[in-house]
Design a protein around this ligand. Structure first.
Ligand code: GTP
Ligand code: MG
Length: 201
């Protein structure tokens, strides 16, 4: 089913990112900031995954970006058939970018291919440097790592280099961007990466 999704996306030239992280690390905040800054240049649509509520979809809808919410009930991750049903309703336009915000969970979403081009793991610095070692599958299966909430660095005892070295132990190919969704710091490099990816797709 993931391969079927991928075929659908390829046929319509839709570039797809799967955003994964523990609850509250800032997936929706990063999406909001990215959409605000790039939506005049790039056509976006969004799939939101949560166990319950429309809250994240409402935040995206407020930016006038097409969005659909999936509620997984007791489920702890999105699966490719859920994404397939969602894209049938969402009908993302050709030559666009589809952002999928997975259910907040640092374990289960790592095991499910949704048909995305790249997987983006977000870790916020309030979570501790040791998370890549304790939850290696998520970092091993991701292509990009956004380190979020760097505006809080002065207030925390957090070692960025330690986090990166732990993450590189489980995935030597991981590429990092240090960002703050709140202040916008570091977001430009993430946008540059995304625009380059879309161009080369
Ligand atoms: N200081 C600071 N707070 C942030 C930043 N990004 C997000 N937050 C805050 O972190 C909290 C969670 O942010 P969300 O964007 O809702 O996180 P999420 O990953 O989408 O959460 P779930 O969808 O529930 O998994 C909110 O209170 C945000 O305001 C940041 O860069 N700096
Ligand atoms: Mg969210």
């Amino acid at each position: 089913m993931a391969a079927r999704n991928r075929g659908y996306f390829e046929a319509k030239n839709i570039y797809v990112l799967n955003l994964v992280s523990s609850p509250g690390s800032g997936k929706t905040s990063i999406l909001e900031k990215t959409l605000q800054d790039l939506k005049d240049k790039i056509h976006f649509s969004v799939i939101e995954g949560d166990q319950q509520t429309m809250q994240d979809a409402n935040r995206i809808d407020a930016l006038n970006v097409p969005v659909i919410q999936i509620n997984t009930g007791k489920g702890c991750h999105l699966e490719s058939d859920m994404v397939y049903s969602a894209i049938k309703k969402l009908e993302p336009s050709e030559n666009s970018v589809l952002m999928i915000e997975n259910v907040g969970n640092l374990v289960c979403p790592s095991m499910f291919d949704l048909g995305e081009n790249k997987r983006v793991v977000i870790i916020s610095i309030t979570e501790g440097e040791d998370k890549p070692l304790k939850y290696p599958d998520m970092f091993h299966s991701s292509d990009i790592c956004l380190i979020n909430k760097i505006d809080l660095l002065p207030h925390l005892d957090f070692d960025l280099e330690k986090l990166k070295s732990y993450a590189l132990k489980v995935n030597p190919n991981l590429v990092f961007f240090e960002v703050s969704a709140t202040t916008g710091k570091g977001m430009e490099l993430w946008y540059d990466w995304m625009e380059k990816e879309i161009k080369n797709y």
